[in-house]
Design a binder for this molecule. Structure first.
Ligand code: TRP
Length: 505
């Protein structure tokens, strides 16, 4: 028997938390690099298309599922169709993997915030990041710990698990009330400084100039969908988990639109900030921007320190930049970690204390064993690809197919429309259908490309196997959980009297 669940304190509390989940490392660390790699301005077209036809509709689907069922993802899927419970557990496996490496990148950002005060990375930021900081060798050496990163990562997990213990209102909501305004101030200052740098326009041109010739590549479309899914935190049950704490009468449609636009605005702003700064560098070093951009960790942890060394006031901007990375990351990490917590609590009737002890702590331990080691950054890349490149998109696709296959879409629309300002109907069904078709095609083409790569000894190395291994293991986990739990009914929730004090809003 589980007792009445908590709810968000206010509508603004939920919006802040949902935006806090969306705005994260994906916006600052992932988006600028992806956009650049996938054709600059030409990327923005598939990106916008994916935002409007897949991002917002799926956000609405996840909100509706969560608010309707008021339980974590596996229990939601089970209520739709018993064998579908595995989708929820698979998404939990994705959340587990994502949280372990996401926390590690936050730990890097925090370390770099500290280095930034004295530009402690010295005048060889590449060697510093790869060698002194990560201590990455060419090989996969497990258990060679980098103790300073280890210590910071312990701090990140202690903070996040403490927030989890605080629950929804006094934990998650409070944390976001602090993180989001802080982030806006920190990042606002950076962008203003960035666009006034000499050379900023150079960078912005590189960022926005479209390479139209590439618009037909399947890779670019998968990249755009993957970015939207990652950035909006969809496809993994995060938004189901968050909205399961909504009151039944909460409005959904304008909330989804607000969150989606806040997130994309921040993302564009981050792109503008980052590329203005790259433009500055390119003018200073008389080098084309091309050579300055690495993807993933490259821009933030290598290119940036190099530039900050040259920039007047670089130490100050550096502190702001890495601190905003960490703050944005924390509010997102909370929303990733809450997925398994909520899932287990609702499925097995565990208390929050118990899930933190038996699930949160092991998550932290896995994270600490894998990432603050000499292979940390290789593992981040490998798992990022399995999780963000495929996992989320497949997860979102599964949710859409399930809703169609079980004929539940109409009743879900009716459920959302009960309180929604914008009514869900044919446009919504069409967008979800279109998304399913596009994702199927794009995934097929990409997997085909990947399989071809496997036969190329240049590309097929240990990391590729880790990639496929992690991706496959997560799906197997979902299947196994379905079988194990098939006969076990959902716990009955004690129907508490509606609390009048909470319902007056
Ligand atoms: N959206 C976050 C970012 O942009 C990351 C994130 C949080 C996430 N929760 C998620 C990504 C759920 C996928 C699924 O950094």
């Amino acid at each position: 028997m589980i007792t009445q669940r908590e709810t968000w304190g206010t509508r603004a509390g939920f919006i802040l938390a949902a935006a806090g989940s969306a705005i994260g490392l994906g916006n600052i660390w992932r988006f600028p690099g992806e956009a650049y790699e996938f054709g600059g301005g030409a990327f923005l077209l598939p990106y916008l298309f994916a935002l409007l036809t897949a991002g917002i509709p799926l956000l609405l689907l996840e909100y509706t599922l969560g608010r309707k069922h008021q339980v974590g993802p596996p229990s939601v899927y089970r209520q739709i169709s018993k064998p579908a419970e595995g989708i929820g557990w698979w998404q939990n496996a994705i959340a587990f993997c994502l949280s372990t490496f996401y926390a590690a990148v936050i730990a890097w950002a925090l370390s770099y915030t500290y280095f930034a005060f004295s530009r402690g990375w010295g005048d060889q930021p590449v060697d510093f990041f790869v060698g002194d900081f990560l201590g990455a060798g060419g090989n996969l050496d497990f258990f060679e710990f980098r103790w300073p990163i280890f210590a910071v990562l312990v701090g990140v997990w202690v903070l996040v698990l403490t927030i989890m213990l605080g629950g929804i209102r006094r934990g998650v909501e409070l944390a976001n009330r602090i993180c989001i305004p802080l982030l806006m101030v920190l990042f606002g200052i950076i962008v203003v400084r960035a666009v006034t740098l000499e050379g900023a326009t150079e960078g912005l041109n590189a960022f926005f100039t479209p390479e139209w010739s590439r618009i037909g590549e399947a890779e670019i479309w998968l990249g755009a969908y993957a970015q939207i899914f990652f950035s909006l935190s969809i496809g993994m049950g995060t938004m189901i988990a968050y909205s399961s704490y909504l009151k039944k009468k909460s409005e959904l449609s304008t909330t989804a639109v607000t969150v989606a636009f806040a997130n994309s605005s921040f993302e564009l702003l981050a792109g503008i900030g980052v590329f203005s700064i790259l433009g500055f560098m390119s003018v200073q070093a008389a080098q084309p921007i091309d050579g300055l951009v690495g993807t993933g960790g490259g821009v933030a942890f290598i290119t940036f320190p190099t530039i900050l060394n040259e920039m007047p006031g670089g130490a100050f901007i550096g502190v702001l930049f890495f601190a905003s990375l960490a703050v944005a990351g924390i509010s997102s990490l909370i929303s990733i970690v809450i997925v398994p917590m909520t899932s287990v609590e609702d499925r097995f009737g565990w208390s929050r204390k118990k899930t933190v002890a038996y699930l949160g702590v092991p998550m932290a331990i896995v994270s600490l064993l894998i990432y603050p080691t000499a292979n940390g950054s290789s593992m981040v890349d490998a798992v990022d690809f399995a999780v963000s490149g495929y996992g989320l998109v497949l997860g979102g696709l599964a949710t859409i197919i399930l809703a169609f296959a079980t004929g539940k879409l109409k009743s879900l629309a009716a459920e959302a429309n009960r309180t929604s300002v914008l009514k869900l109907g044919n446009v919504w069904y069409a967008c979800l259908g279109l998304t399913a078709v596009i994702l199927t095609i794009v995934l097929f083409l990409n997997v085909k490309g990947q399989i071809e790569d496997l036969s190329d000894p240049e590309v097929a190395n240990e990391l590729v196997y880790i990639n496929w291994g992690v991706g496959g293991a997560m799906i197997v986990f979902g299947l196994v959980m379905t079988v194990i739990l098939y006969k076990r009914p959902l716990p009955v929730r004690e129907e508490a009297e509606p609390e009048p004090a909470l319902d007056t809003e």
